[in-house]
Design a protein around this ligand. Sequence first.
Ligand SMILES: Cc1cc2nc3c(=O)[nH]c(=O)nc-3n(C[C@H](O)[C@H](O)[C@H](O)COP(=O)(O)O)c2cc1C
Length: 411
Amino acid sequence: MGRLVQVLKTAAIAGTAAAIGGAAFYSTLDVQRRFELASATGPLVRLLDPETSHRVGILAARMGLFPKETRPDPPALRVNLWGRSFPNPIGLAAGFDKDAEAIEPLLNLGFGFVEVGSITPRPQPGNPKPRVFRISELKATVNRYGFNSEGADAAAERLERFWRRVAADPTRKKGLLAINLGKNKETEDAGDDYAVGVLKLSRYADFVVVNVSSPNTPGLRALQGRKQLQSLLTFVRDARDGLEWGPGGPPPLLVKIAPDLTESDKADIAAVVAATGVDGVVISNTTIARPESISKYPASREAGGLSGPPLLEPTTAVLADMYRLTRGAVPLVGCGGVASGEDAYRKIRAGASLVELYTAMAYEGPVIVPRIKQELAACLERDGFASVEDAVGADHPNIPRPGKKKGAGKR
Ligand SMILES: Cc1cc2nc3c(=O)[nH]c(=O)nc-3n(C[C@H](O)[C@H](O)[C@H](O)COP(=O)(O)O)c2cc1C
């Protein structure tokens, strides 16, 4: 027994010394080195199964182990949208922080916005494990989480605490906060669930995303059909507008769509977006398609949504289609396979006002955030665009955008 106590004491002293030494070493690093150090642990974390690595990432963020961006963003990256000012257009997509556990550390990475969720009204466990699979060779993922969520009340408590901290010190909040709403698996009338999400959570959001495109909840994607979408979005919009809002008005309402759509599906969605006055469209969620290029990897045969680089081409094509169909009148958020500034720039030229990513962060770690921003600023400068806003939709010279300078940048 005495020997055990001695061993524990020695271990405690060694641990404390290592922590003090580590902290002293860390304090000598500049911001960029801190991002690189945090990302260098990625290969170790990826020795764990994908869901455990995901959990470790969230815990590390919560424990303050993520680096903090202190360098200002290049002014060319600032985006003004919906009367809100985004320090840069690069966001963290839904699914990483499903339960709003790590908002502040994630914003501190330098994202222009972080989208938490999908949050379902009631807690639910999601699909049985394993439910996330890597295709490491392609830096891609297949997941069928199925909306595992601690529910809207648990999220609301965390969001309340976050906003209280921000009220005490507004400088703590560096970017914007989006809240992505899902529905419970068992709920028959989807509208009720999204309305509950709006009632319980929209007051905490800089913008709200209605997710009707996860492939892992039976029947969800059918909500993208013209009639269903029209009545769903009208119902949710009315639920939002029925609440009391301050002088800033209600948060914008966006809808997140799938990439697996026919031409007439896309035309229908564009028509519904125009008719309901929805404020934007996130394009897109993961795909149930399996491109030929991934068929040799065992994970490609798993049911679920594919994300990462194989999604870049097809989702950018859907984004460009939606920009054309909406005549550039509705802000679009480009998502799918973004892993570099050049990828983000392609989405912006195709019509995205904002861009978000998830899988690249899982493979590359936090260093992806400053890297993408720097590369994107270089792309804009190379092509003669003064700002992100000038480059939005540049691939569609025939669609005029109000306020856009004619002839700005190379087309
Ligand atoms: C593990 C995982 C979980 C996800 N969970 C959600 C979710 O809960 N809600 C949602 O709208 N999208 C979810 N997504 C989709 C992402 O937000 C994003 O649309 C998609 O992964 C494409 O972007 P990426 O290629 O940058 O990952 C998830 C993606 C992954 C990889």
